[in-house]
Write a protein that binds this ligand. Sequence first.
Ligand code: ADP
Ligand code: MG
Length: 292
Amino acid sequence: ATPTSIMVGTGRAAQLGILFRQGQALQELKDVKVIAVDKTGTLTEGKPQLTDFTVTDGQQEDAVLAVVAAVEQQSEHPIALAIVQAAEQRELQIPAISEFQSITGMGVQATVDGKLVQIGADRFMDSLGCSVAEFSAQAQQLGEQGKSPMYAAIDGQLAVMMAVSDPIKSSSKAAIDHLHQQGLQVAMITGDNQHTANAIAKQLGIDHVVAQVLPEAKVEAVKALQEQYGKVAYVGDGINDAPALAAAEVGIAIGTGTDIAIDAADVVLMSGHLTGVINALALSKATLRNIS
Ligand code: ADP
Ligand code: MG
């Protein structure tokens, strides 16, 4: 491609709200075989609501929600906001915390009133030696409804199983159908629960699902797709997507996402919708046609 045609192409893209941070990406996009996407905040709104809150025997609902919200006030994960809002709606007194820690892909923890409060996915609880077996049937059922189950432990004892529901963006289904029409494979790579991921993937007609992965494992999933199908574009919005954005031939960040994702990406979609990927692909093809 000539520098001029690339300039014209990236200029047109900018008018459509697609920022090519790398001219190279405009050339490479047309050769991509797989579009791999993150779930939370990319396919879904990234604005979950707390829908379920089941405490274990001997625990009191409001008291548990108050300490869980206290810890989540320090977190930037969309799940955290859902929990804090639920506590505010109930007008609960939220206690002070200390020693907050975020464990990427697992959850968060802090000390509240001298007690260690740990919140996150089932694998986080497993790693603490805290069994969530009593909730396995309920968690599976919630997952099949597309909700994301998670847990909190207080001083190493399971205190609650919760679930959040995050609506699918209205634009996601049509965008995926369109990608299929272009002969592309569509994969979802998420840190969320397997049942939840499968339920969302089914609604959207996604071909490949990789769930319950840590950020480094998102890179492994991208590599596996590269080996099997060829060049991969990865679309994501979170801190946890940065390694995968860098590993894919074309990294595409959702403009409403975190700065870390945007910094790791070759392309930024200002609209916040997957529809931008289709426009970017069309521009890539048109630009390269004009010069060959
Ligand atoms: P994703 O954004 O794809 O869900 P993450 O790596 O951010 O992936 O998180 C993976 C999982 O870890 C979440 O689905 C959730 O179960 C748990 N988790 C992460 N952060 C939090 C948090 N602040 N509160 C509760 N659970 C969390
Ligand atoms: Mg995300």
